[in-house]
Design a binder for this molecule. Structure first.
Ligand code: NAI
Length: 384
């Protein structure tokens, strides 16, 4: 099968590489010739590095490169069995591109979007054959991150879903099936990692370094929330939070933080701007954490309970099953453990207790324990 990818930026170039390494002829299209040239030289460099490291033979790398065809013309998608869209995150532009794609491809071709935040149902609404639309959401960098969220819209046919599941597993990726809901699994369940950390800071309970220390040293997360937000960029991370918040009709669980907004407004975007919550300029020293065991435990328990509550909600609302929620967080964002397995380990009653304490203390809807968590504690059940 020939695979098409439209948009040759960060994600599109990576997805094209994945398909080409898995033996497909790939047509990579972008409006912008410079982006195409960069994608082409980027692929050559990446494959040379893989040969250097001994991951591929020179012969194999040659085959992969010869699988890749670059173009600025949508008509080159004619023979594709699947086209994955990875263009700018703008619904209007996606609508226009999907209409144009459908006019070019054959009637069996699956049309997928790599969108992080838009509704697949809406993207598919412009198609004559909307049963062929699906979300195939990769994580950055696509060649390295094992997770792919597969998102059927209400219009998607079973056949489309099955073909995508087969393909993603042939590409040796971990596919998880998830409902067409804001943030899908990962970008929904992960919100409290940032939001609750910011809230703890805003209340003056601890500073950035201390919260990061608690989550890395007690929680085993690879990066603390503030280090991670600085890595992602406060503009990007804030935009995702705001979009999830409004898409959930302003549920206070997802409320964005003024601290993050101010950092974004000030241009403190993180690593890429030289300053975020921390300074990254030459010679700057990272602030020391207050390594108080009791404080650390409070921070870790609170953020983890909020993350678990969100993971439970994804199961409660049938966004995905418990195994897929755990796979998504371990394979998509490298969490040290699946949140639901972690909840079993801590004891669901203890997670519920932490949430109830917060709910009583603050009286805010944000902290309401999920009904499924309450039910499972009552019935003495575990997730696995
Ligand atoms: P990017 O800005 O790096 O690349 C987008 C490319 O699309 C640009 O090269 C642009 O020239 C091209 N483009 C725009 N309109 C076009 C059109 N009408 N026809 C052909 N090409 C067009 O963006 P990035 O980061 O690769 O994101 C692409 C999509 O993937 C977005 O929907 C984003 O939400 C999603 N995504 C991004 C992730 C990330 O970490 N960057 C992770 C997962 C999904």
């Amino acid at each position: 099968m020939i695979v098409g990818v439209i948009g040759a930026g960060t994600m599109g170039a990576g997805i094209a590489q994945v398909a080409a390494q898995n033996g497909h002829s790939v047509v990579l299209v972008d409006l912008n010739q410079t982006v195409i040239d960069n994608a082409k030289s980027g692929h050559a460099k990446v494959l040379a590095r893989l040969v250097e490291k001994g991951n591929l033979s020179e012969e194999q790398a040659k085959v992969v490169l010869s699988n890749l065809y670059y173009s600025t013309d949508l008509n080159d998608f004619r023979e594709c069995g699947l086209v994955i869209e990875a263009i700018v995150e703008d619904l209007g532009v996606k609508h226009s591109v999907f209409s144009k794609l459908e006019a070019v491809v054959n009637e069996k071709c699956i049309l997928a979007s790599n969108t992080s935040s838009l509704s697949i149902a809406s993207i598919g609404s412009v198609l004559q054959k909307p049963e062929r639309v699906v979300g195939i959401h990769f994580f950055n960098p696509a060649p390295l991150m094992p997770l792919v969220e597969i998102i059927p819209a209400v219009q998607t046919s079973l056949q489309t879903i099955e073909s995508c599941k087969d393909l993603i597993s042939k590409w040796k990726k971990t596919g998880v099936l998830c409902k067409d809901t804001p943030g899908f699994i990962v970008n929904r369940v992960a919100r409290p990692f940032y939001g609750e950390a910011l809230r703890i800071y805003e209340e003056g309970i601890a500073d950035f370094a201390t919260i990061d220390w608690a989550m890395t040293s007690l929680g085993g997360f690879k990066m603390g929330p503030f280090t991670l937000m600085d890595f992602i960029g406060n503009d990007v991370n804030y935009a995702v939070t705001e979009s999830v918040f409004s898409a959930f009709y302003f549920d206070p669980r997802f409320k964005p933080s003024l601290t993050q907004k101010r950092h974004r407004e000030a241009g403190f975007l993180g690593r890429k701007s030289g300053r975020g919550y921390y300074s990254y300029s030459e010679g700057s020293v990272m602030p020391a954490a207050n390594e108080d065991a009791e404080l650390g435990k409070y921070i870790f328990d609170r953020i983890l309970a909020m993350l678990i509550n969100e993971a439970v909600d994804a199961v409660f609302m049938n966004v995905a099953n418990a195994s897929d929620v755990d796979l998504a967080m371990t394979k998509g964002v490298n969490y040290p453990k699946g949140l639901l397995a972690w909840a079993d380990e801590i004891g669901l009653e203890n997670v519920l207790l932490t949430l109830e304490d917060l709910f009583v203390e603050y009286g805010e809807d944000r902290y309401r324990p999920n009904p499924l968590l309450r039910r499972m504690v009552r019935e003495n059940k575990t997730f696995f």
